[in-house]
Design a protein around this ligand. Structure first.
Ligand code: E4P
Length: 228
């Protein structure tokens, strides 16, 4: 399962883009509002950090059909290739999705809470659907099960639409959707770190270093091989 970073924090994006195998960045109006400043400058800086080969998902802020289309085109012109326009799953959203995807603009249909919504978004031509996991689970619904249903429906239909699961609150939710055949997940910085860190990994590494040092002192294999 491919992993994207769900933030507009430039320090976090620089760090994770350097060390972790992320495939892109997702934002939404709330995420951009959290960082403050000039949202356009923030988005441009994100594109500069991740480069043109990685995906940047940006949500529209207009409301009526014509203005959303204009905004979507402006976003893609401003941020370049591999920019996906996030469109909430409403009736206007489906119409916009069909219009944009017919014209080669990648659409991520967002705020998806049910498999039915995902099916409609896929039929409208969405590149991605973004089911919200923890927002669903917080309502005692089965967010992970919804991803499993979407994966089944997409497999039967043979659609090219991919599942980009979002809104995670635990690392386990991320693993659970991966097991269900989710194509990609977008994750905040805290959960990204939790996916990697483990106390037994840390104590194992400390043990290797201690044993080596006790036997061989300050040398390393590089020093022994190159005699430098
Ligand atoms: C994707 O970008 C979604 O908008 C985001 O994951 C929603 O996350 P939240 O439920 O934590 O706000």
């Amino acid at each position: 399962m491919r992993i994207l970073l769900d933030t507009a924090n430039l320090d976090d994006i620089r760090y994770f883009n350097t060390y972790y195998p992320i495939e892109g960045v997702t934002t939404n109006p709330t995420i951009l509002a959290k960082e403050g400043g000039d949202p356009l400058a923030t988005l441009k800086a994100i594109r500069e950090i991740i480069g043109e080969d990685k995906e940047l998902h940006v949500q529209v802020t207009e409301h009526d059909f014509d203005r959303i289309i204009d905004e979507a085109r402006a976003i893609v012109d401003y941020l370049g290739i591999n920019t996906f326009v996030k469109i909430p799953v409403t009736d206007i959203g489906l119409r916009v999705t069909k219009y944009l995807s017919d014209r080669g603009i990648g659409v991520t249909v967002t705020a998806v809470l049910t498999a039915a919504q995902a099916m409609l978004a896929s039929n409208a031509g969405a590149s991605y659907v973004a089911p919200y996991i923890s927002r669903s689970e917080n309502l005692c619904a089965d967010g992970v099960g919804t991803v499993a249903d979407i994966a089944d429906i997409f497999e039967v239909s043979g659609t090219d639409t991919q599942i980009l699961a979002a809104s995670f609150k635990t690392a386990k939710e991320v693993l659970d959707v991966a097991v269900e055949g989710c194509h990609a997940a977008t994750i905040g910085s805290g959960i990204m770190k939790m996916l990697l860190s483990h106390t037994t990994t840390d104590t194992s590494i400390a043990g290797f270093e201690k044993d080596w040092k006790e036997a061989f002192g300050d040398t390393t294999l590089l020093k022994l091989i190159t005699k430098k």
